[in-house]
Design a protein around this ligand. Structure first.
Ligand SMILES: [Zn+2]
Length: 421
C-alpha cells in the first residue's frame, strides 16, 4: 500500500478523527473560494468527458485529465492555480470513481445514475498529506491545522488523535461550521481469538423498536427527526417567505441548515453511546445482512432514515474491531419466520402486524426477540469456536481499506477517536 518500502507493509487500518475548525474570516473566504473552484473543476471535467464521448466516442481517463489539469492550472493562475495541486487532482479522482461506479452499475444492469453536475461542493480533500496537512502548535497551548495554500486554521483538538501517520485530511463545510477529518493509519488491532465468544449478542433492527437484542433488551427509537420536524417545517417556511436574493433569506437559510445539523448531531451522538455500550459488553455482535437501499425505498423511508440502522452497524463494526471483538452479518432469510427454539417455519407466514411469535413447539415470544435469537444462532454457527461448523459468512476483521485513497467522507466518521475506549 505504501510506496518505496522494501519490507512488506505492516497490517494497518485507517481511523478517521473529526475535529472542529474555527477559520478566521479571511481563511473562510479562501476556503469558500477554493470550494467554488473545485465545483467549477468538477463540472468542467465532467463536460469535457461528455464532449469527448459525444464528438469522438472517446473516453477520457483520470490520468488524461490530470495532464490537462496541469495546463488548466498554469493558465488560470489566480483561480484553480491557487488550489493545492493534489486537492484539485482528488476532485478528478472522485469524478473518475463516479464514472467507474456508473459503468459498473450499467454492467450489473442496475439503475445507472450518470455523474451529475454539481451546484455545490462542500468538502475538499488532501489525499496524501505528506506534510501538506498537519496539526501544529499555536499560541497559548492552542492548536492549528496547517494546510498548504490555505494557512494555519485554529482547530479544536478535543481528544488527542491516536498514534499514526496522517493519511488524508478532508475539510468539510456543514452550514456555517467547518470540520477537519483526519484519517490516520494505525496498526491493526489483534484479531479475535479462536475461542468461543464469551458474551455474544444478536441484534434485530426494526421500526417499532429501534433494536431488539437477543438478551431481551429493547431500544426505543429516539425519533429526533420526527420531534424536530415541526421546527424544521417552521424554519423552511420562513425561508420560502423571504424574498429571493435578500439578506434575510440568507439568514433564514443559515437557521435552517443549523436545524438540520442539530438533528444529525443528536442522531450520531445517540448512535455512538448505544454502540459503545454494546461493544463494551459484548465480544461478538451480529446483525442481519439486509439491503438498506431497498428499505430506504420501501414503505417507511423517513422512519428508516431516522432510525440510522446503517450508522449503528458501521459503528459497531469498527468498535468491535478496536476491542478485538467480532462483528458478524448473517443472511436475512427467514430470521423472522423461523422458530428460534425448534427451527420450524411459521405457518402461515407471520405478517407485519403480528407482534408475537407462537410455535407449535410451545414457544411464545416477542417477534423481534425471536428474530434476534435467530440472528445470534446463525452468527455462532459461522464463527470459529462457535456452535456449528458451517463456513464463516462474514467475520469482522477491522474495516480494511485497500487502494490508493481513503474515502473518509463516505463513511460516517466518528466524532472523536476514543469514544469506544
Ligand atoms: Zn418452535
Amino acid at each position: 500500500m505504501q510506496s518505496g518500502g522494501l519490507c512488506p507493509p505492516l497490517p494497518s487500518m485507517y481511523q478517521p478523527c473529526k475535529y472542529r475548525l474555527y477559520p478566521f474570516p479571511n481563511q473562510e473566504r479562501e476556503l469558500l473560494r477554493q470550494l467554488e473552484e473545485l465545483r467549477f473543476l468538477w463540472n468542467y471535467a465532467l463536460e469535457h468527458r461528455q464532449e469527448a464521448w459525444r464528438k469522438k466516442a472517446r473516453s477520457i481517463s483520470y490520468v488524461g485529465q490530470c495532464r490537462d489539469l496541469a495546463r488548466w492550472r498554469a493558465y488560470d493562475k489566480e483561480g484553480i492555480g491557487r488550489v493545492y495541486g493534489h486537492v484539485a487532482q482528488e476532485t478528478l479522482a472522485r469524478l473518475g470513481d463516479a464514472f467507474g461506479h456508473f459503468f459498473r452499475r450499467v454492467k450489473e444492469g442496475g439503475r445507472p445514475g450518470f455523474p451529475r453536475f454539481k451546484r455545490e461542493v462542500t468538502s475538499l480533500c488532501y489525499p496524501d498529506s505528506n506534510g501538506s496537512a498537519a496539526i501544529v502548535p499555536g499560541r497559548n497551548g492552542t492548536r492549528r491545522l496547517r494546510l498548504s495554500m490555505i494557512g494555519e486554521i485554529p482547530i479544536k483538538v478535543h481528544r488527542a488523535p491516536p498514534e499514526g501517520r496522517v493519511k488524508t485530511c478532508t475539510i468539510q463545510r456543514d452550514g456555517d461550521r467547518w470540520f477537519a477529518v483526519l484519517t490516520l493509519e494505525v496498526p491493526d488491532p489483534s484479531l479475535p481469538p479462536a475461542t468461543p465468544p464469551v458474551s455474544p449478542v444478536g441484534v434485530d433492527l426494526g421500526l417499532s423498536h429501534l433494536a431488539t437484542l437477543s438478551t431481551g433488551e429493547v431500544v426505543e427509537p429516539p425519533k429526533f427527526l420526527r420531534r424536530a420536524e415541526d421546527r424544521l417545517t417552521r424554519a423552511q417556511r420562513v425561508v420560502s417567505r423571504r424574498k429571493r436574493g435578500s439578506h434575510n433569506r440568507e439568514k433564514a437559510k443559515v437557521r435552517l441548515t443549523r436545524c438540520h445539523a442539530k438533528v444529525r448531531d443528536q442522531r450520531r451522538d445517540f448512535a455512538h453511546k448505544l454502540t459503545t455500550g454494546w461493544a463494551k459488553s459484548h465480544d461478538l455482535i451480529a446483525f442481519e445482512d439486509m439491503d438498506l437501499r431497498s428499505h430506504m425505498e420501501g414503505a417507511f423511508p423517513k422512519s428508516t432514515a431516522d432510525a440510522g440502522w446503517g450508522m449503528l452497524r458501521q459503528m459497531s463494526q469498527y468498535k468491535e474491531a478496536r476491542r478485538s471483538g467480532r462483528y458478524v452479518e448473517v443472511p436475512t432469510k427467514n430470521t423472522t419466520q423461523s422458530c428460534s427454539a425448534c427451527g420450524r417455519l411459521h405457518d402461515p407466514p407471520l405478517t407485519l402486524p403480528d407482534r408475537t411469535y407462537e410455535c407449535r413447539c410451545g414457544l411464545v415470544m416477542d417477534r423481534d426477540l425471536n428474530a434476534a435469537r435467530n440472528v445470534l444462532a446463525r452468527a455462532l454457527r459461522a464463527v470459529p469456536g462457535g456452535t456449528g461448523e458451517s463456513t464463516p459468512v462474514e467475520i469482522g476483521p477491522p474495516p480494511h481499506r485497500k487502494g490508493r485513497r481513503v474515502r473518509s467522507e463516505k463513511q460516517e466518521p466518528p466524532r472523536g477517536t476514543g469514544v469506544a475506549t
